[in-house]
Design a protein around this ligand. Structure first.
Ligand SMILES: [Fe+2]
Length: 307
């Protein structure tokens, strides 16, 4: 069993806190739960935050937050990681709503937060805006992808659920087809973040709202092969790529396959290697270069020798 069971938040640096707040509240429909100087914490409905914004000159991904399973005490995990040579720091009250977290400061160039609990003030789902169900997954670009994949699978016990070509690996810690997507890339950064919608009609409503906001759809709507989710992409604040998706494959770990669907290529549909040209089942054009998109690129740091 994986040590974590869900992605809770992304911590984003933004060059314009005000514009980013406007997008996540007015367009997306998130609620501001806390503000601390140059930081803003936004909830989609239940958790204290699912997106946190920090005003910084250079946009980028500061961290992702993963919640630990009940039977994985934070202190035990900290010791296990330390014994394995993985640098980590126990932080208390370092961010609102999260009493204690374990920070893994550099795994494949990315920072991961692990925590047992996050406050759930439940501001509720907004009455306006697109109002997604949840933050579903994050796609990470990594020059040191092998290091990141090793950490996720060996230390946190993520399962690999699909591949696209050589560079793209999908991983899950629950029944979603993917919670993380790791891309071996020439740069380290963030490819996209993804919010789950209720279904096709919700995609239509979301696209109409984005059109009203003069935010063009960059790709889609389409159905991916890997994960078979319906997906549309647009640029959010700071030109961050944001995906809306629904109907993602449901993973059955004990069968190492996905719940069957009429649009599956194989029955049973198992984790497999898809070709890079199989990005979409609907042949809708994929306009942006998957390998060289460079949002939030960070300067590579030293390799974590343990991974
Ligand atoms: Fe995605």
């Amino acid at each position: 069993m994986p040590d974590v069971f869900r992605l809770v938040y992304v911590d984003l640096a933004t060059a314009s806190l005000e514009k980013a707040e406007d997008y996540y509240t007015d367009v997306l429909g998130a609620s501001i739960v806390a503000k601390t100087g140059r930081e803003t914490y936004l909830s989609l409905g239940l958790d204290h935050h699912n997106v946190s914004l920090c005003a910084e000159p250079n946009p980028g991904l500061n961290a992702i937050g993963l919640q630990l399973c009940r039977d994985v005490p934070l202190a035990d995990l900290a010791k296990r990681l330390k014994d394995s040579g993985v640098a980590n720091h126990l932080r208390t009250d370092s961010r609102p709503g999260v009493p204690a977290l374990l920070e893994i400061p550099d795994v494949g160039g990315h920072t991961i937060h692990l925590f047992a609990a996050i406050d759930q003030p439940a501001p509720g789902f907004s009455a306006s805006g697109i109002v997604p169900l949840r933050l579903g997954h994050v796609a990470l670009l990594a020059q040191r992808a092998d290091e990141l994949l090793s950490f996720l699978t060996n230390m946190l016990k993520f399962r690999k659920t699909d591949w696209i070509g050589d560079p793209v690996t999908f991983l899950t810690c629950n029944r979603d087809h993917h919670v993380l997507n790791v891309v071996q890339a020439p740069v380290t950064g963030l490819h996209h973040i993804a919010f789950e919608l209720r279904g096709l009609e919700h995609h239509v409503q979301a696209m109409d709202r984005l059109a009203a906001e003069k935010r063009p759809i960059l790709w889609g709507p389409s159905r991916h092969h890997a994960g078979h989710n319906l997906a549309t992409y647009h640029h959010g604040p700071d030109n961050l790529l944001i995906e809306f998706y629904s109907e993602m494959d449901v993973f059955i770990p004990d069968l190492d396959s996905f719940e069957p669907r009429p649009w599956h290529d194989d029955l049973p549909q198992r984790p497999k290697h898809w070709r890079i040209e199989q990005m979409t089942a609907w042949e809708t054009q994929y306009e942006f270069d998957f390998l060289t998109v460079s949002w939030g690129v960070r300067v590579p740091s030293t390799t974590n020798a343990a991974l």
